[in-house]
Ligand binder design. Structure first.
Ligand code: SF4
Length: 376
């Protein structure tokens, strides 16, 4: 894929860490505290332009606007579910759209952000894979989703953002540099200042990037989208399994635990009569005990996507699957279903909008993967 020049630039101001702001302002003869002010006003006080940075003199605002312009995301649509889930459809500077979801929890609000416009991984149960990848998001665009979500949550009953999940549209490890910069941005003070432990990155299994992320030693929580305990079934559901089968993926997950000390989470979407029978649950137990590591299995009640021929597993079957896994001493829970009335699953709202507006974008052919992983 060739990223459009400028759009994916790590050097654009919204992707800057506080120290980059300070250095840049230093070249204009400004003291270093101005850098901290810029970061704080953009991410904590929602400054949409330099003119909104009230603590800066007018001349400085004008000089920065001329030399280092930036553009925030625009909220195009908001849908609020009965259970407090909020889904945002956001418009980027080039007119592309991404989805961001706010989820209420007992510990506070989590925000699920997208890392790409569309996705090339082609998981056969996912709405985002149908559209294919248009481009990567830059770090500032991912960060701006958190800011838009925080702003949408300022209504009565809302609260501060406590966690961020890179589980929206896109494969985060297919956009490594920007995703890593985003993690540093959302961790930085005086912005959202989230602990790395409160960031979860979900991957379909880009094995070399899992090793690379482990070696960053950032204590980010890794969630591996597993969805099947054997290669034949996983390949049917997730084309990436051809390039990175379970024999490569599971040691990578264990390396992540050994290097970071973080328990790995395995995501498992429950598809009726596909991967939800007791035999498959036993295979999953065998797979996880063959690669011992502290882990957690997260069973996901699947949200139907009209174009795809899967059905959600009945809840009784999901519970039996969980019980069987738990009986073998493996931590396993069922994800709470949130936002069902507002298409809260990954990619569904954007998919619906794009299918109406630009039907030619719908991908008809499955993606192919080379030895080095995904390629368009
Ligand atoms: S599940 Fe994730 S990796 Fe797979 S197609 Fe959907 S967005 Fe991409």
């Amino acid at each position: 894929m060739s990223d459009r020049k400028g759009v994916n630039d790590l050097d654009q101001p919204l992707s800057w860490l506080p120290e980059t702001w300070a250095e840049t302002l230093g070249t204009l003869g400004e003291p270093s505290y101005r850098g901290r002010q810029a970061f704080e006003w953009i991410w904590r006080h929602d400054a949409r332009t330099y003119d909104d940075i009230a603590v800066w003199p007018k001349g400085l605002r004008a000089r920065m606007a001329e030399r280092y312009p930036f553009r925030r995301v625009d909220e195009e649509r908001v849908r609020r579910g009965a259970d407090g889930t909020t889904k945002l459809l956001l418009r980027l500077a080039d007119g592309e759209r991404v989805e961001t979801v706010l989820l209420p929890h007992d510990y506070g609000t989590s925000v699920c952000v997208s890392s790409q416009v569309g996705c090339n991984m082609g998981c056969t149960f996912c709405a985002s894979g149908i559209l294919g990848r248009v481009r990567n998001l830059n770090a500032g665009e991912i960060m701006d989703q958190v800011a838009a979500a925080a702003a949408a949550n300022r209504a009565p009953g809302g609260g501060p953002v406590r966690r961020v999940d890179l589980m929206g549209i896109g494969e985060p490890l297919d956009n490594y540099d920007h995703v890593l910069r985003f993690c540093r941005l959302v961790h930085a003070a005086p912005g959202f200042n989230l602990s790395y432990r409160h960031i979860t990155l979900s991957t379909s299994g880009v094995v070399p990037a899992i090793y690379r992320l482990a070696d960053e030693q950032l204590a980010i929580t890794l969630a591996v989208s597993l969805h099947a305990p054997n290669d034949a079934l996983r390949q049917r559901l997730m084309p990436i399994n051809r390039a990175y089968p379970l024999a490569k993926l599971m040691p990578a997950a264990r390396y992540y635990f050994e290097t970071t000390g973080r328990r790995v989470s395995f995501e498992y979407a429950m598809l009726a009569d596909v991967n939800d029978d007791p035999g498959t649950a036993r295979e999953l137990v065998d797979l996880l005990t063959a690669t011992p590591m502290p882990c957690h299995v997260n069973l996901i009640p699947w949200n139907p996507v009209p174009e795809q021929a899967y059905e959600p597993s009945p809840m009784a079957r999901v519970r039996s699957f969980r019980d069987l896994v738990q009986q073998h001493g493996i931590s396993c829970t069922i994800r709470r279903e949130l936002g069902q009335d507002i298409d809260a699953a990954c990619g569904q709202l954007r998919h619906r909008e794009e299918a109406d507006r630009r039907p030619s974008r719908i991908r008809r052919n499955p993606p192919r993967f080379g030895a080095e992983g995904q390629s368009g």
